[in-house]
Every structure is written in structure tokens, then in C-alpha cells.
Ligand binder design. Structure first.
Ligand SMILES: NC(=O)c1ccc[n+]([C@@H]2O[C@H](COP(=O)([O-])OP(=O)(O)OC[C@H]3O[C@@H](n4cnc5c(N)ncnc54)[C@H](O)[C@@H]3O)[C@@H](O)[C@H]2O)c1
Length: 413
């Protein structure tokens, strides 16, 4: 069977997006080649140990033993695939601007191995024009001589790691092909693995929609973080206010305050938008302001926590509970707890942390929950973290998650 007829999918990048996609495709009858340039991760996956929470070891082992999935560092395996999806990180650089180096290297890696009629889809988040102006030119320049027709589409991934309800299958998928044939092929592919596919007229619409979705979250989180500080200064419990406002059946959506925003998406993607706005001579001042407010939140939390400690203690011992950016995952990328820890240390605190899902963090090891502290900060309420002993011992806790508020010794932001 030729590559264009085969039901073989190559996925570039086997992380939080690529590996769950691989399993969803296997479930839908595809044979999947997972390409990743991180050899240790490829070995781990091929041993049947999943590096992400949304894929179990059992699921991985079954797919491998049935011959329907395997990981590799070898880009030449792409030759066998009729569909190639790119799921590599799109972080920020030192200037907090889009860093597309991994996306470029993924496109460069697959280009010599695309076959006639291969469909290449970018699922990575980026600014509008990335598929058309960056990925397609690289592949067209480096594809094998004689390969006339390669099809291209953008289908931004919307996965929410750790979400028990929404996954790759039941989350509607946006699909924007570069031309009509690409769109037809991309729709056929995503219809084979997703319950619902939404057609948009151009890849740029799909790329912009992804930025809008995540910027929507960033600005609403910033709004509630700012609102929390205003309420707190007047002694009003913001959570009671949020619940009261949420009783309105239309026109309001509750967001909750926290230490800040983290993960690979919400703190990052809106800066792709602000950068894109500047390229077009504009300015996304509203988004920039939201970004600033969220970045100030760890400082606010640090100061609130230290105000709970007896002022005579020169170097208070502070225990941070949960360092991953959200509950249920061990992902510490962009976690606002990094800034929280530095502010606390700058203010003279002796800081330790505990997180049952994170083995080591920024070169440091966790402590037990009974680490003797003057105040604890519940930054992320991880499953499996038994706080009852801490509460019983009447340790002062600043709860940034509103999950143990009302317990003795607990204050909430
Ligand atoms: N994590 C999420 O919740 C989420 C949700 C929706 C969209 N996204 C987007 O999906 C994309 C991927 O994010 P992720 O969270 O899966 O990243 P990740 O870091 O979990 O996984 C990416 C994988 O790609 C590999 N990789 C990097 N460069 C490569 C290259 N040139 N060739 C082959 N492999 C390469 C890495 O080794 C890594 O294993 C990003 O654009 C992100 O914004 C992420």
C-alpha cells in the first residue's frame, strides 16, 4: 500500500499533545509512528511507561504490543505516513517573543520524507500565518524531488491535560486547510478520530481562534486576580462575591483567583497575540495589562502569606503545597510558584515545597508534609495531598485554591 493510501499517522512530538493524540488515533484504527527528538523519552515510551498523565502505561503497552504504535527518533519513518501532524512546543524566547525554532526544526526534519499526497497538519499553537509563511515554505523547499502534491492544514490542539471529561475525541476540532483538497483530506482525518470537526475558511482563522480562546482565559483570570486584591483590601471574601455573581443565569462566567497562570498555554499563547499585533503595527494593550497583573500575583501572595507570620520571626519557614501549575498534573512549565518562591526568598523566608506529582523541581527536592513551618501556602491542591494533619496541627495556611477555606487556621486569598 502506498503512503497516500495507508492509514498510517506520524506525529512529531510525543508530549502532552502528541501522545494522547497517538492513542486517540490508535483507537480510531490508525497505526501511529510517534517521532520525538528526545531519545530518553522515546525509550521510556517504548518501554511502556507514559510520560503524561492523560495516557496510562496500560494503554500504551496495549498499543505497542498490538503493533499499532511505537515511538522513534528517526524522521525517515515519516515516509510511511499518509498524515503527519506536528505537535512540538511553541514557547517564548528570552525577549518573551514567539520562539518557533522547534517548529522549524520539526518541519525541516519531516520535509525530506513527505510522500506524494501526504497531508501535513500543524497542531502546535502559533500566530496566524505560521502554517502559510513558515511551515509550508520549509517543506516545499526540502521535500523530495518529484513530490508534486503535499497538502497542508492547521488544526490547533485544545486538549486540557488532566480533564476527566473533555479529551481529543469529544472536543470539537477546528480545521483550516490551505486549499480545498487539503481541507477535504484534513476533515476526513479528523472526522476519523474526533466526534465533531468545525470547518474554518483559512488556516489563519484556526490559528487566530486558538489565540483568542487562550487569551480569553488569561484576561478573565487577570480580572479576577485584580478584583480579588480590591475586595481583600476592603475585607470582602471574593469567593462569596464570585458565587453571588454566578447566580446570574446569563452574561457571566466565573473565574477564580490563584497564584498566577502557568502551563505551556495560558501564559504563553497571549504573547503570541501581542507580538502578532505589533507586527501589524497595532498594540494589544488590554492583553499586555492582563499579563502584567497575573505576573504580579505571586508577589501579592508572598506578602499576604508573610503577614500571617509573627513579625518577630526574622526568617520564617514557609511550606508551599503544590508546585505544578494546576491540580492533577506534574507539569511545572511556567508555574507561577517559581516567582512565588523567589519573592518569598527575597523577603527573607526559608522556603520548602511539597507536591505528590512532582519528584524534583528546579534542582530541589520536596519535603514531607510535616516539615515544620510558620505558614503554608496552598498553591495547587494536588490529588493525594493529605492536608488534614496539617490542618489538625493548626498550621496557618494561606489557601490560594479556595478548597479548604473555612477550616481552622486557613485564610483564603
Ligand atoms: N500542553 C497543553 O495543554 C496544550 C494544549 C493545547 C495545545 N498545546 C500546544 O501543543 C504544542 C505541543 O505542546 P505540548 O504540551 O505537547 O509539548 P511537550 O513539551 O509536552 O511535548 C512536545 C514534544 O516535542 C518534542 N520535540 C521538540 N522539538 C522537536 C522536534 N523538532 N522534533 C521532534 N520532536 C520534538 C519534545 O521532545 C517533546 O517530547 C504547543 O504548541 C502547545 O502550545 C498544548
Amino acid at each position: 500500500m502506498s503512503a497516500q493510501q495507508s492509514k498510517v499517522l506520524a506525529i512529531i512530538g510525543q508530549g502532552y499533545v502528541g501522545l494522547p493524540l497517538a492513542m486517540a488515533a490508535v483507537d480510531a484504527g490508525w497505526t501511529v509512528i510517534g517521532v520525538d527528538n528526545f531519545a530518553a523519552k522515546v525509550d521510556q515510551i517504548n518501554r511502556g511507561t507514559s510520560p503524561v498523565e492523560d495516557v496510562s502505561g496500560q494503554q500504551l503497552q496495549t498499543a505497542i504490543s498490538n503493533g499499532l504504535y511505537r515511538a522513534t527518533t528517526d524522521f525517515s519513518e515519516v515516509t510511511k505516513a499518509s498524515v503527519v501532524t506536528i505537535c512540538v512546543p511553541t514557547p517564548l524566547d528570552d525577549k518573551r517573543e514567539p520562539d518557533l525554532s522547534l517548529l522549524r526544526s520539526a518541519a525541516t526534519g519531516i520535509a525530506p520524507y513527505v510522500s506524494e499526497k501526504t497531508l501535513v497538519v500543524s497542531e502546535s499553537t502559533s500566530y496566524p500565518g505560521t502554517l502559510r509563511d513558515i511551515i509550508i515554505p520549509i517543506i516545499n523547499e526540502l521535500k523530495p524531488v518529484g513530490t508534486e502534491n503535499v497538502y497542508f492544514a492547521c488544526a490547533p490542539e485544545r486538549v486540557n491535560p488532566g480533564d476527566a471529561i473533555w479529551n481529543q475525541k469529544n472536543t470539537p476540532r477546528l480545521v483550516g486547510g490551505i486549499d480545498q483538497e487539503s481541507q477535504i483530506r484534513a476533515l476526513a482525518f479528523y472526522n476519523s478520530i474526533c466526534d465533531a470537526v468545525v470547518t474554518v475558511s483559512h488556516p489563519e482563522v484556526a490559528e487566530a481562534a486558538k489565540l483568542l480562546e487562550n487569551t480569553f482565559r488569561l484576561v478573565n483570570i487577570a480580572l479576577i486576580n485584580e478584583f480579588t486584591q480590591i475586595c481583600s483590601a476592603s475585607g470582602i471574601n471574593v469567593h462569596e462575591v464570585i458565587n453571588a455573581a454566578a447566580s446570574k443565569p446569563y452574561g457571566f462566567m466565573p473565574f477564580t483567583p490563584g497564584v498566577g497562570v502557568g502551563g505551556h498555554c495560558i501564559p504563553v499563547d497571549p504573547l503570541y497575540l501581542t507580538w502578532w499585533a505589533r507586527q501589524n503595527g497595532g498594540e494589544a494593550t488590554f492583553v499586555e495589562s492582563a499579563d502584567r497583573i497575573n505576573h504580579e500575583m505571586p508577589k501579592y501572595v508572598a506578602e499576604r502569606a508573610l503577614r500571617m507570620v509573627d513579625g518577630s520571626i526574622a526568617n520564617p519557614r514557609v511550606l508551599i503545597l503544590g508546585v505544578a501549575y494546576k491540580p492533577g498534573v506534574g507539569d511545572v512549565r511556567e508555574t507561577p510558584v517559581t516567582a512565588l518562591r523567589s519573592y518569598l526568598q527575597d523577603l527573607g523566608a526559608n522556603v520548602a515545597w511539597h507536591d505528590p506529582l512532582v519528584a524534583t523541581w528546579e534542582g530541589t527536592n520536596p519535603v514531607d508534609l510535616d516539615w515544620n513551618c510558620d505558614v503554608a501556602i496552598l498553591a495547587t491542591n494536588q490529588p493525594g495531598m493529605d492536608l488534614s494533619r496539617l490542618i489538625e496541627s493548626r498550621v496557618q495556611i494561606l489557601d490560594c485554591t479556595n478548597s479548604i477555606t473555612g477550616q481552622p487556621g486557613v485564610s483564603s486569598i
